[in-house]
Design a protein around this ligand. Structure first.
Ligand SMILES: Cc1ncc(COP(=O)(O)O)c(C=O)c1O
Length: 394
């Protein structure tokens, strides 16, 4: 009997971009000695206290059972204290905290909770690729709205992009991939716009501690009257060097709890308990753990700006006051993916093509300086400068 052909993958998924990091990772593996200014991770590991907490885990039978969907009460309480003290966000009453398996799952929870298939979500571009991917996976439409020349928000363009199908506007500050810190004024404007137009404002603060030049991070969730329409996302991956432990959290309006409860109960059941215990210990150390690394990161930030800003390097470097990224505009008509491959294979330095972040207008590349020791960054930037000179003049 003839067999019916197996259906291929869902057409929704066929429309999702292929993750670029593994592609770049393969080129790096094929080019020994490459210095990676690619993946957005930090150079340091977690606080020893977090590792110690993990070591103490597992002796009680309850350690091995499912826990609450929204996270262990002790962790939720620690997060609430941190939010009140550092972000001026008062949880309880109109909003609540949900611990997630990293900021990425928090975003997926948010999108599934507020959209139906076909709905639109506005992403200022360049955007963090997993945000766009999550929206498409959920059956939504990611509406990219260009930022200004300095990668700041274009609030008028965001307002103009709103349609009857729009459900949310996403902002990320400090930003990945640009390193931009959005002004408090523009974040207030977006938040007010969302409130007025009946939209959710989803704000990602994964890099909240990574700010320079004395500029403080601003949390739109703290604005009076914002809690009913604001979803704030956080991560322990960067701040505490806990990327593989998969702990993040979200602050959601109380009205979304039923929806998020259903989603997280299905996708995760509960955040991994051992990681939650490590997270409690990390939060007890708190912000100073990250702050201790900032002078070194700031030094690298300045070094890169000066090296790539030299007049004979064929690129523009918009200033970046946060995170650990630059999104550099290269004076070239090359496809940025092609340029990335050439930089790796011919010059042994890796970057991420701007096209992965929806920056399709020209040839841009993202440089990450979080993961390397200063000596390697200096050497990597030297290779990048000579690589750009060589590849762009060809
Ligand atoms: C803006 C932004 N949000 C979220 C994440 C994901 O963080 P997590 O490891 O907590 O899922 C990243 C990671 O690069 C990021 O850049």
């Amino acid at each position: 009997m003839a067999r019916t052909t197996l259906h291929s993958q869902s057409s929704r998924l066929a429309a999702v971009q292929t993750p670029v990091i593994p592609v770049v990772g393969r080129w790096i593996a094929e080019t020994p000695g490459t210095i990676s200014l690619g993946q957005g991770v930090v150079s340091y590991g977690p606080p020893p206290e977090a590792i110690e907490a993990a070591r103490r885990f597992g002796y009680a039978l309850t350690d091995h059972r499912y826990g609450p969907v929204e996270g262990l009460p002790a962790l939720v309480e620690a997060i609430e204290g941190k939010l009140a003290q550092e972000n001026s966000i008062r949880v309880r009453g109109s909003s609540r905290v949900v611990v997630t398996a990293g900021g990425n799952l928090a975003f997926v929870n948010a999108i599934l909770a507020v959209t139906d298939p076909g709905d639109e979500v506005i992403l200022p571009a360049p955007y963090y690729f997993n945000h766009e991917m999550a929206i498409v996976i959920a059956g939504g439409r990611a509406v990219a709205v260009p930022t200004l020349r300095d990668y700041q928000l274009d609030v008028q363009a965001i307002a103009d992009a709103i349609t009857p199908r729009t459900r949310a506007v996403v902002t990320v500050s400090p930003n990945n991939p640009t390193g931009a810190m959005y002004s408090a004024e523009s974040l207030r404007a977006v938040n007010a716009l969302c409130g007025d137009r009946g939209l959710f404002h989803i704000h990602d603060e994964a890099y909240e501690y990574f700010t320079y030049d004395g500029v403080a991070d601003f949390s739109p969730g703290a604005i009076d009257g914002a809690s009913a329409h604001t979803i704030s996302l956080y991560s322990l991956s960067k701040a505490y060097g806990l990327a593989s432990w998969r702990i993040g959290y979200m602050v959601i309006p109380e009205t979304l709890w039923d929806a998020v409860n259903k989603i997280q109960d299905t996708l995760l059941i509960c955040p991994p308990a051992v990681s939650q215990h490590a997270a409690i210990a990390a939060l007890q150390i708190g912000r100073p753990y990250t702050s201790a690394h900032l002078p070194e990161l700031d030094g690298l930030r300045r070094l890169i700006f000066e090296a790539l800003g030299a007049p004979d390097v064929p690129c523009d470097v918009p200033p970046a006051g946060g995170a650990f990224y630059y999104l550099v505009r290269v004076h070239s008509t090359l496809d940025p993916l092609v340029l990335t491959e050439r930089l790796i294979r011919n010059h042994q330095v890796a970057v991420i093509p701007g096209s992965a972040f929806g920056d399709t207008a020209g040839c841009s590349i993202r440089i990450s300086y979080g993961a390397l020791r200063p000596e390697s960054v200096a050497e990597g930037v030297g290779r990048l400068v000579s690589g750009l000179r060589a590849e762009v003049s060809l």
